[in-house]
Design a protein around this ligand. Structure first.
Ligand code: SAM
Length: 326
């Protein structure tokens, strides 16, 4: 059963699968993404020896192992695209301003810094965060530093845990960091133990699983970049509200370059630091010298530079055209 063309996806079928995928993983699939969805379904159905997408839908909804197959399907549809120090200016801000600021604020408290990379894919993002933490905390030994890294794609997580990357994936890593945090291995680069020790990888579905707060506690910074862009508006709103509950007051939320909370949440403050825009959970009293921008400002006067207004159009055909599914 090879060859995607043998699988037909009717309009009713499309609606059903679309709903199922949305419920299970939050993913928004518009008509523009229909063919990519069909290809993903065909790949999974073909692998199982199922001959029609109707039968595959039945299997997904009634089979005893359906939960596992839904996970496989979400994995099939996921876009694991990532790289080290993606959107470098955010890491510059983290290094120059945010980590020093959090560290200053916590000097009198427990010296614990906790980060969460939600939708971490193959690990480049949480390792970049961990390297930045090591570079930014001068008295590192006096701090407990934790980076929780989660994703629903177990295959990506396996790669992430291994921490080994081909040379072609190392473009974002400067020479000093290559020397300090990697060693050569099997023709590629292995993240060293100093960095790996800081990062815990675990499977977590942002849409359906309980927040990891019980196990890992409140976070100072959440990275959730290039993940909610694939979600429906309501799912993205739900996820963003949950982040608010687990971010310490005065903590930060980093979104992807083309993601915005516009129309999603008014509880965060949009903060400009060094020309980069980040969201913060405000402290009871605002920090001095910091430029807070109410997010509703964007409605009247346009979006900040670099922030693409993908929510101005209801639905998200443009997104689906560009990025397929998850
Ligand atoms: C495009 S990658 C982004 C990786 C990284 N955050 C970055 O910006 O480089 C999107 C990741 O989000 C994950 N993802 C999608 N839906 C998810 C969900 N409901 N729960 C957890 N992770 C999800 C995908 O598996 C994928 O690894």
């Amino acid at each position: 059963m090879n060859g995607n063309h043998t699988f037909k996806l009717s309009e009713t079928g499309f609606q059903r699968f679309r709903e199922l995928v949305n419920r299970a993983g939050g993913v928004a699939i518009t008509h523009a993404g229909k063919d990519l969805l069909r290809k993903g379904l065909a790949a999974r159905a073909g692998a199982l020896g199922v001959t029609t997408l109707e039968d595959y839908y039945r299997l997904l909804t009634t089979d005893i192992n359906r939960e596992e197959e839904v996970r496989r399907l979400l994995r099939q549809l996921s876009v694991p695209d990532t790289r080290f120090f993606r959107n470098q200016s955010q890491f510059d801000v983290l290094h120059k301003y945010i980590i020093p600021e959090l560290a200053r604020r916590k000097l009198e408290e427990r010296r614990v810094l906790r980060f969460w990379c939600a939708g971490c894919s193959t690990g480049e993002e949480p390792y970049s965060v961990a390297m930045t933490l090591l570079d930014s905390l001068p008295d590192r030994d006096n701090w407990k530093v934790e980076v929780l890294a989660t994703d629903l794609n177990e295959q990506a997580l396996d790669q992430a845990r291994r921490g080994w990357y081909q040379k072609s994936r190392m473009a974002g890593v400067g020479q000093p960091q290559r020397e300090r945090y990697f060693h050569r291995s099997d023709g590629g680069f292995q993240v060293n133990d100093e960095v790996r020790r800081l990062v815990t990888f675990t499977r977590h579905n942002l849409v359906n699983d309980p927040l990891p707060i019980e196990v890992y506690g409140i976070c100072d910074v959440v990275f959730c970049r290039n993940v909610i862009i694939y979600f429906t508006h309501s799912t993205a709103g739900f996820v963003i509200e949950h982040f608010f509950d687990i971010i310490n007051p005065g903590g930060y939320l980093f979104l992807g370059h083309s993601e915005t909370l516009w129309k999603l949440s008014a509880r965060y403050a949009l903060v400009e630091i060094g020309g980069t825009f980040i969201y913060s959970k405000p402290l009871p009293t605002s920090l001095s010298g910091r430029r807070f921008i109410p997010d509703r400002r964007m409605r009247d006067s346009g979006l900040p530079p670099g922030v693409d207004d993908d929510r101005r159009v209801s639905g998200s055909d443009r997104r689906a055209t560009e990025q397929s599914a998850i």
